[in-house]
Design a protein around this ligand. Structure first.
Ligand SMILES: [Zn+2]
Length: 468
């Protein structure tokens, strides 16, 4: 029975600096046996569905076309929340049947299996081209596969920490998917530690339980895989997160905050999700009014607009969406990352907590942690790869990121990787790249954006707005 040749496991929201001997000994043991990419970066907005789209396609949002976890559809004339796959189906119809503008790696590989314990929307985006089989509690594809899977193992209800569902996904892989379906590529999306971080932040006993728990589940999975599968030495294992997290400094009721601004619905629209807000307007005058309004707010962070010179956006004082990989035909007219900061909040319990805070738009996910903006705490995620393609004990300081997963899987499966933004991780260079800081100033504000550039690619470090 052939084994999967690539198993890719997404640990949602796991910050690179959350990896430790104490909390994640099994992930670090995998790093010892393989390559540890120490300068790994997410994509902006650092929202799960945007990140999954980059992971699956190997390109930045401006090329895959999913601009945010929430977006305004000009075609449907309404806001879409992408967390539910039904909403993505409606949007896909409105977009002429094309959910993402680029193929996922599953199309080129000719199939595969995804097991997702996360939202139905993110599960669906992993399989945007429907080339793979998707196993998810409410969004299985093709549908008829579902009964078989429920016979194998009943799907537990979501919990906090959401470890029973993570265990369900990993057990299902070993009990059913690997022995019976034998996919060449298997993706497993685990909802922790992200799910707990939304309520607890990256601190405290429950967060530790989620982090240690998901690591322990992975360790048990990997131990059992090697015990039960004599073809395990041929398998490459890719372990990674999609983004990080910051402690919430303040929940912003964006709907209420924007209520005083005239013309909503006629002249402008907004879609927001945690750390990012997307604005849409026809006229430059309206957009400039939005920029001026946002700048009066402490919670507003870096602003990006369409067009412009490549560094500056077309709206005075903003940066170009393209500089952050966020332009393209489906981009909003104005994109804002919420403001963030270093260190700890006044009065915050620092025991075992990770630094970094940010504002967040109000939502139903909890008030502990958030992500979506462009702080280094959200942009620094992790990647560990072990298996025959990766030398044991390699420590890679060259910049890598979400955009490199798809080319890596394509290359491991003997497929072409041209036309993608990312690079194959087995080709990692010794070059650490060059950090370039871009700056735009206007009317008492300075916006900076840092990215590391190497071999014509770029990886985002942070973008920040400050009073000049
Ligand atoms: Zn996520």
């Amino acid at each position: 029975m052939p084994s999967p040749r690539v198993i890719a496991i997404q640990f949602d929201g796991l910050r690179a600096d959350a990896l430790s001997e104490q909390s994640t000994p099994n992930l670090l043991a995998a790093a010892e046996r393989g390559a540890w990419f120490r300068n790994h970066r997410s994509t902006f907005p650092t929202s799960t569905r945007v990140c999954v789209s980059s992971l699956a396609t190997g390109v930045y949002p401006e090329k895959h076309g999913l601009p945010g976890n929430s977006l305004y559809s000009r075609e449907l004339g309404r806001t879409i929340t992408t967390g539910r796959h039904e909403n993505l189906l409606a949007w896909e119809r409105a977009m002429g049947g094309r959910l993402l503008l680029r193929d996922t790696f599953f199309e080129a590989v000719g199939g595969g299996v995804i097991i997702s314990a996360a939202s139905s929307g993110s599960a669906w985006l992993w399989n945007a081209g429907r080339a793979a089989r998707l196993i998810h509690p409410v969004a299985a594809y093709p549908d008829e596969g579902r009964e078989t899977i429920e016979e194998v193992r009943e799907i537990p209800a979501a919990g906090e920490p959401d470890l029973p569902r993570c265990a369900w996904a990993l057990d299902l892989a070993l009990d059913y998917v690997i022995p019976k379906l034998a996919p060449a590529v298997l993706v497993i999306h685990l909802s922790e530690p992200d799910s707990t971080q939304h309520h607890q932040g990256a601190a405290g006993a429950v967060h530790r339980q989620a982090l240690e728990g998901v690591d322990r589940l992975f360790g048990a999975f990997w131990e059992r895989f090697q015990r039960e599968r004599d073809d395990w030495p041929q398998t490459n294992l890719l372990l990674f997160s999609d983004h990080g997290v910051v402690t919430i400094a303040g929940m912003v009721d964006l709907e209420a905050e924007l209520a005083d601004l005239p013309g909503r619905g006629e002249n402008w629209q907004v879609a927001h999700s945690e750390g990012a807000a997307l604005f849409y307007a026809q006229s430059e005058k309206t957009l400039l009014e939005l920029v001026a309004f946002l700048r009066t707010k402490d919670w507003a962070g870096p602003l990006f607009s369409q067009g412009g010179s490549g560094v500056e956006g077309s709206l005075l004082g903003t940066m170009s969406l393209g500089l952050a990989g966020c332009g393209g035909p489906r981009a909003p007219d104005l994109l804002m990352g919420f403001q963030w900061g270093d260190g700890f909040l006044p009065g915050e319990n620092r025991a075992g907590a990770l630094p970094g805070w940010g504002y967040s738009s109000a939502n139903n996910k909890g008030s502990g942690g958030t992500h979506g903006s462009c702080s280094p705490y959200e942009l620094r995620n992790f990647m560990i790869a072990c298996g025959p393609a990766f030398p044991a004990g390699a420590r890679v300081d060259a910049p890598t990121g979400n955009i490199d997963l798809a080319p890596t899987i394509l290359s491991l499966m003997g497929q072409e990787t041209s036309g993608l933004d990312g690079e194959t991780l087995t080709n990692f260079s010794k070059e650490t790249g060059e950090e370039r800081v871009y700056r735009v100033e206007s009317k008492g504000f300075a916006q900076t954006l840092s990215r590391t550039e190497v071999d014509g690619r770029f990886y985002l470090n942070f973008a920040r707005l400050e009073k000049a």
